[in-house]
Design a protein around this ligand. Structure first.
Ligand SMILES: Nc1nc2c(ncn2[C@@H]2O[C@H](COP(=O)(O)OP(=O)(O)O)[C@@H](O)[C@H]2O)c(=O)[nH]1
Ligand SMILES: [Mg+2]
Length: 363
């Protein structure tokens, strides 16, 4: 899973990137102002995996990962600037979701690109840029297709043309594509275009350190922004989270307690990202490793096996499944078997969040 961090200049993108990826302040500083995308791979913390490793201490522990990319700032008119499209799109093309930082912190030393603090206006600027960008791509492709279908009869192309025209009028009415529920077939046809308004998005209100106690009120005040499919609104202080991320473990806990932060931003962001993208973790445990895997909800056991190894998917016989809680309580697969809570499941079994699976396969 790859997530692109976007937002206006000086909104706190690099600070949040640093908080999420625990890079040092110096690195974050070095990244400031640069347009180059910064990529960092973050290990997903999961106490269940830690517990499994306690049960299988000789095995290697492998956490699930998320990649974050600090893709750089947007501004009004950015996407129409020459060269920007290629560069920006090149960086966000492969992301599964966007994380948009919106400035709500006051800081006289940090000028705001638009001259005042107004996250709603900033979001409209960004969304408009995305609409323009997608419209330009659509327009281009529609014109080409129209010429082609005039020349030769081609049902597939005609179908694509109709779909793209539908997308075009959606965007013209200022509705982003992420709000449309497409059929699987249409979604497949659209995937290659990598439309920006189609990507699920996490809106992050970057508040000042002094506003932490008012998070609930702030979220309520801006709740309009959270409406619509595939969109989530959260609230945090990027600066503070960056400081926390750089502390040693013990200091971190004390500091968090003092500041009234119940959970580091990273955990919160990961949880929201999983939810937004409809992802769940499942586990494998035993030699040579205990490991967390990430799959889409409603994935069949056989397809989930493909995450682990294509041979296992191909040669799938059955899955031995136990809920994490049961395994944790009873302490071993053997005891789970004795207690009758280790189940044999076939290829069509839908894998659940927290399932611990041992695959039986034949190659
Ligand atoms: N007071 C305060 N300042 C912040 C906060 N987040 C970012 N800043 C400051 O805003 C400036 C721009 O931050 P940066 O992360 O580089 O923004 P970017 O341009 O979006 O990458 C820096 O001087 C940060 O220290 C915050 O939560 N509170
Ligand atoms: Mg930056």
């Amino acid at each position: 899973m790859r997530i692109g961090i976007i937002g206006l200049e000086q909104s706190g993108k690099t600070s949040l990137f640093s908080a999420l990826t625990s890079t040092s302040g110096d690195e974050a500083q070095a990244a400031k102002g640069k347009r180059d995308a910064h990529l960092s791979i973050v290990k997903v913390p999961d106490s269940r995996l830690d517990r499994l490793h306690e049960l299988y201490p000789t095995a290697k522990k492998t956490q699930a990962t998320i990649e974050y990319v600090d893709v750089g700032g947007l501004a009004k008119g950015s996407t129409q600037r020459k060269g920007f499209q290629e560069q920006f799109l090149g960086n966000v093309r492969s992301v599964d979701a966007l994380l948009c930082v919106l400035r709500l912190f006051e800081n006289d030393l940090v000028p705001h690109a638009e001259g005042s603090i107004d996250p709603v206006r900033d979001w409209v600027i960004i969304e408009d840029e995305f609409l323009f960008s997608d419209l330009a791509i659509l327009d281009n492709r529609i014109q080409r297709l129209e010429k082609e279908v005039k020349k030769i009869k081609d049902d597939a192309k005609k179908q694509e043309l109709e779909l793209l025209k539908r997308c075009f009028s959606t965007l013209e009415s200022e509705q982003p594509l992420r709000e449309i529920e497409f059929t699987d077939e249409d979604e497949k046809a659209l995937r290659g275009f990598q439309f920006l308004t189609a990507k699920p998005i996490l809106l992050v209100l970057n508040i000042g350190e002094d506003a932490l106690a008012k998070q609930e009120e702030i979220l309520a005040q801006y709740k309009e922004m959270a409406s619509g499919r595939n969109k989530v609104l959260v609230c945090l202080s990027a600066n503070l989270e960056m400081e926390i991320a750089q502390l040693q473990d013990e200091d971190r806990e004390t500091f968090q307690r003092e500041m009234g932060i119940t959970e580091p931003a990273l955990n919160k962001m990961i949880r929201y990202s999983y939810d937004l993208l409809g992802l769940i973790p499942f586990f494998t445990a035993g030699e040579p490793e205990v490991r967390a895997w990430t799959i889409r909800k409603n994935t069949r056991a056989q397809n989930a096996a493909g995450e682990v190894h294509s041979d296992i998917e191909r040669g799938f016989i059955r899955a031995e499944v136990v809920e994490f809680e049961k395994l944790s309580e009873l302490g071993s697969f053997a005891k789970c078997k004795d207690a009758g809570v280790l189940r044999l499941e076939g290829k069509d079994y839908i894998v659940k969040d927290g399932d611990v699976i041992t695959y039986r396969f034949n190659v």
